[in-house]
Design a protein around this ligand. Structure first.
Ligand SMILES: Nc1ncnc2c1ncn2[C@@H]1O[C@H](COP(=O)(O)OP(=O)(O)O)[C@@H](O)[C@H]1O
Ligand SMILES: [Mg+2]
Length: 244
């Protein structure tokens, strides 16, 4: 059974229909990448899964149970963490405090236990360890992205939703962020990743879906998606991988 299944999902913002009936499955342990240009409906899809917008039609199954329309807190409690677009690090809190906030869905933990777990997170994010006590606003974009992902992992999610983690980051930092995603996969957390950067997005993926203005245009393994020159030119940012 898929861990996550979207069935003919439709999402509207008032009169605007942003997602026109898409069906996607994510199997346990997979990294699945949702590709598509700006405005394709990628963030809207993630927002529907995490309960930030209510689907107008269709269904969202997590572990076989419908979660469509549940409150975001309930969806986090069931095991879905969402690292939204834009980094949303609390500027006046320290890095460690920012990371600790991610555990707020888990009951019965003492503050000390949460602090210990937050410190253990730095094993996965060694680049930000030395900023543990620094305030959020003092961090670079890449460091903030790492804090945001670490905070998502503190929820101990069964499914992690990552929205454009590479956006606006320098190439060397993008590499570091994707190395972390690969490591998260090795630790058996299922990931639904949204990316405009097709090359990086597919480099860590088991499968990919391409969204085009709210509809699924394509899906397949990274090799299948890259293997077709027309697909590459039309959807993945041109013939050369580096242009993607
Ligand atoms: N809060 C909103 N209100 C109205 N329209 C929105 C809102 N958020 C997104 N949209 C529209 O929905 C469509 C999909 O947006 P989005 O899901 O953010 O795309 P992507 O993440 O793929 O760039 C776009 O046409 C966008 O303008
Ligand atoms: Mg988006």
């Amino acid at each position: 059974m898929p861990l996550l299944e979207l069935k003919n999902l439709v999402v509207r913002y008032g009169e605007i229909e942003a997602v026109h009936g898409i069906s996607i499955a994510v199997e346990p342990g997979e990294v699945v990448t949702l590709l598509g240009s700006n405005g394709a409906g990628k963030s809207t899809t993630l927002r529907a899964i995490s309960g930030l917008v209510t689907p107008a039609a269709g269904d969202i199954l997590f572990d076989g149970q419908s979660i469509a329309g549940l409150k975001p807190e309930e969806i986090v409690r069931r095991g879905i963490a969402h690292v939204p677009e834009g980094r949303r690090v609390f500027p006046g809190l320290s890095v460690k405090e920012n990371i600790m906030l991610g555990a707020s869905n888990r009951s019965g933990l003492s503050r000390r236990q949460i602090a210990t777990e937050a410190e253990a997170m730095f094993d996965l994010f060694p680049d930000i360890r030395r900023f543990s006590g620094a305030l959020g606003w003092t961090l670079s974009g890449g460091q903030q992205q790492m804090v945001a992902v670490a905070r998502g992992l503190m929820a101990k999610p069964r499914l992690l939703l990552l929205d454009e983690p590479s956006l606006g980051l320098a190439p060397v930092i993008v590499q570091a962020v994707f190395a972390i995603i690969a490591e998260i996969r090795r630790r058996d957390t299922t990931v639904l990743l949204v990316e405009q950067n097709a090359r990086m997005g597919l480099s860590v993926a088991d499968r990919g879906y391409v969204l085009e203005t709210g509809r699924l245009a394509l899906s397949g393994t990274p090799d299948e998606l890259w293997g077709n020159e027309e697909i590459r030119a039309a959807y993945l940012g041109g013939r050369t991988a580096s242009a993607a």
